[in-house]
Design a protein around this ligand. Structure first.
Ligand code: FIX
Ligand code: ZN
Length: 419
C-alpha cells in the first residue's frame, strides 16, 4: 500500500489532504434549494444573496427603520439597504457577509470595487441553467437534497403536475405543519381526500396520515422525512405531535425504509417582526431523541441540533444508537468557531460515522461559500488528526484519505439510508 507519508518529499502531506478535501464531490443532504423546474422557487443572484434572512437579522442590528417599512420595500431596495449597512457602512466581518464575498469572488467578480450595479449586471447576464451548473461545480456538489413541502401552496402544484426530474437534485419530505400544527393541517388533509379528523385519536386518522405520507414520498421519491422541533419537544408524551410521529410517521418510515430526520432546538418567531429572520435557538431536551432511538430500533434517525450546548450530548447519543446518524452544523452553529469545535468533537467521539456538514443554502449561490468555508475547516482538522496518527506510528495512504473524505461527504449518509 502506498503511504501518503512516504510521498511527503514530493507533495507535503497536509497539501495532499487539503487537495482531497477540496476536490471530493459532496452530497449536500439538507438545503432549501429547488430544481430549476420549480421556477421562481429556486432563488439565485445578488439580490437574493443580500436579502438572505441571516443578513436581514444582522442589518437590523444597525437599521433604525420600522420592520414594516423594510418589508414594504422591493427586494432590490432591501438589498441596497443591506449592502449599504453591512458592506459599506461597516466591514463585512460576519460569516454570512464574508460568504457573499467568497461567492462573488469565486465567480471572478472584483469585490473590492464595491460596485453593486456592476455585480447586478453580471448576474443579469447569467441563465439559471448555466448558473446552476456553475454553482454546483464551484461548490463541488454532486447532489443536492431539497426540502419539499406538500403544504407549500407554490410547491405542491409543481409536484402534482409532474416534471422531468433533474438527477442532481433529491427530495426530502418536510412535515412540520403535520406534526406541529395538527389542528390547522387536518382540514387541509381532509380537503385533499384523506379521511382524517381534527381529533387525532379518531379511528382511521393515523392510517390516513400514513397514506398521505406514502403518496407524497412516492410522488417526490423522498430520501427521508424531516421535521424541525422546538427545544421542549418531549417523547414519549400525550401530545398530538408525539402521537402522529409514533403512530403514523414512524410506521411509514419503517415501511418505506426511510430515515426520519429531526432538527430540535428552534424557537420559531421569537421576533415575528423579522419574519424568517426572527427564529431563535434554545437548549433541547435530548431525552426525546434518546427515547425515539431506544424505543424504535427498527427506525433510522438523522439528527442535527441547533444549540451549541447540545452538541456533546448528541455525539454521546450517536455512540449509543447505531440507528442515529448525526449531521451538519445547522444555522447559528454554521460559523467557523463552532464548525471547528463540532467537527473536531464528532471525529474524536465518532470517527467517520457522521456527516459533518450540510449547507442549508436557500440561495443557489450560497452553495459556493458554504462548501468552500466548511471544506477548509474540515481539511485543517483532518490534517491534524492524520498527523497525530503518524506520531503514533500509523501511516495513512492516499486512497484511505480519499475513502474517509468520501464517507464524510455523503458516503456514510448514503450507506445509513440504504441500510
Ligand atoms: O428549519 C430549517 O430547515 C431551517 O434550516 C430553516 O428554516 C432556517 O430558516 C434556515 O434557513 C437555516 O439555515
Ligand atoms: Zn434548513
Amino acid at each position: 500500500m502506498r503511504s501518503i507519508l512516504s510521498e511527503a518529499s514530493q507533495v507535503p502531506f497536509a497539501a495532499q489532504v487539503e487537495e482531497i478535501v477540496a476536490s471530493t464531490p459532496v452530497y449536500d443532504i439538507h438545503t432549501h434549494l429547488y430544481e430549476p423546474a420549480f421556477g421562481k422557487l429556486l432563488l439565485w443572484g445578488i439580490d437574493d444573496l443580500l436579502v438572505y434572512h441571516y443578513l436581514v437579522a444582522e442589518a437590523f442590528r444597525y437599521l433604525d427603520l420600522p420592520y414594516e417599512k423594510f418589508w414594504s420595500l422591493t427586494k432590490m431596495e432591501q438589498a441596497d439597504l443591506i449592502w449599504r449597512e453591512l458592506f459599506l457602512e461597516h466591514s463585512p466581518l460576519s460569516e454570512a457577509c464574508r460568504g457573499v464575498l467568497t461567492t462573488l469572488q469565486a465567480f471572478g467578480l472584483d469585490v473590492k470595487r464595491r460596485d453593486l450595479p456592476a455585480i447586478r449586471k453580471w448576474f443579469a447576464a447569467q441563465t439559471v441553467e448555466n448558473h446552476t451548473s456553475q454553482c454546483l461545480k464551484l461548490a463541488g456538489a454532486r447532489k443536492i437534497c431539497m426540502t419539499n413541502s406538500p403544504f407549500d401552496e407554490q410547491e405542491r402544484p409543481v409536484w402534482e403536475q409532474g416534471f422531468h426530474r433533474d438527477e442532481r437534485f433529491a427530495a426530502a419530505l418536510r412535515i412540520d405543519p403535520l406534526v406541529l400544527s395538527w389542528s390547522e393541517t387536518a382540514p387541509k388533509l381532509a380537503g385533499w381526500g384523506y379521511a382524517v379528523d381534527a381529533d387525532a385519536a379518531a379511528p382511521k386518522t393515523f392510517s390516513e396520515v400514513r397514506r398521505f405520507l406514502g403518496d407524497w414520498c412516492r410522488r417526490m421519491d423522498a430520501r427521508y422525512v424531516m421535521v424541525s422541533l422546538p427545544p421542549d419537544f418531549a417523547y414519549p408524551s400525550s401530545s398530538v405531535s408525539a402521537a402522529l410521529i409514533e403512530r403514523a410517521n414512524l410506521p411509514h418510515c419503517r415501511e418505506f425504509n426511510l430515515p426520519f430526520a429531526v432538527m430540535p432546538g428552534v424557537k420559531r418567531a421569537v421576533n415575528p417582526g423579522l419574519k424568517l429572520a426572527g427564529d431563535g435557538s434554545g437548549l433541547s431536551d435530548l431525552r426525546a431523541l434518546q427515547n425515539l432511538c431506544a424505543q424504535h430500533p427498527d427506525n433510522k434517525f438523522l439528527a442535527t441540533v441547533l444549540a451549541r450546548e447540545n452538541q456533546h450530548e448528541l455525539c454521546v447519543l450517536a455512540r449509543k444508537f447505531r440507528n442515529l446518524h448525526i449531521f451538519g452544523c445547522w444555522w447559528f452553529t454554521n460559523v467557523p468557531l463552532i464548525v471547528e469545535e463540532m467537527t473536531r468533537m464528532r471525529i474524536e467521539l465518532l470517527g467517520l460515522s457522521f456527516t459533518p456538514q450540510h449547507s442549508d443554502a436557500r440561495v443557489l449561490d450560497q452553495l459556493v461559500y458554504k462548501w468552500q468555508h466548511s471544506r477548509r475547516i474540515i481539511a485543517r482538522i483532518l490534517v491534524e488528526k492524520y498527523t497525530e496518527l503518524g506520531r503514533a506510528g500509523w501511516q495513512t495512504s492516499r486512497s484511505e484519505v480519499e475513502r474517509d473524505v468520501k464517507d464524510l461527504f455523503g458516503g456514510a449518509f448514503e450507506r445509513f439510508c440504504a441500510r
